[in-house]
Write a new protein. Sequence first.
Length: 291
Amino acid sequence: MNDTKGESLFYVVNYIVMTLVALSCLLPIINIFAVSVSNQNAVASGFVSLWPIGFNLDSYKALLKGTNIVLAFQNSVVITLVGVLLSMLFTIMAAYPLSRKYFWGRKFFTMAMVFTMLFSGGLIPTYLLVKSLGLVNSYGALWLPGLISTYNMLVMRTFFDNIPVEVEEAARIDGCGELRLLGQIIMPLSLPVVATLALFYGVGFWNAFMSVLIYINDTKLFNLTVLVQKMVQSQQLLQQMNNLQPDDVEAVTPNSIKSAAIIIMIAPMLVVYPFVQKYFVKGVMIGSVKG
């Protein structure tokens, strides 16, 4: 069927709008990268836009040499990997029984969890609870309070609900128990939602900021987000944190170092996303189409 004039106009306008939205997200990243690899004079004069001037990696060398960014990167990796594993494990453990129609009290437990989406204990009571558990200044304070996202759990439960019941019945005829059914039948069929929610959890833990500021006091435990924020917040603090030698200070500018730190912070997510994109597209469509 040929598109009508109205539909063709809609497609044109839609492509234009989406292109502008994509450029508004992409151009700042390109500019930051160009600043991070340009020479000092070009950055100081403000001539760098979307193309590097005098390409060099002095900012990255000075950043790696004079700051704790390597340690912060390692901390971010630990926080993200362990946090995603724990959150996915407990999300699956919560979503699977709530998706079984024969699970007694599943409506009550579902509503109890949904209640937490509407009301929370508040910042101060949460901090006092975490402190009383002895989790302050440890990564447990980042993992345990938000171990399960209720929204993500509901998404996974919906996906489990939509798996044909005939698959479960055939597995039970072959002698599958609950754990084997979940591990060998349900989970292989749930890769799209698992990849999608793992990406959601991963981005959340990688970008953790307020929770680190609240619960972590030891600077050696800071993640990349907090370290970069402190660099961006104060140029004087940046110089103090860098402890750079005079020759290194002359080779780079605070703006180029901050830009290099931002690129290092966002690079892992940019690298990981293409590998989960095909699952992500399927996962976000969960529940949108009913057959």
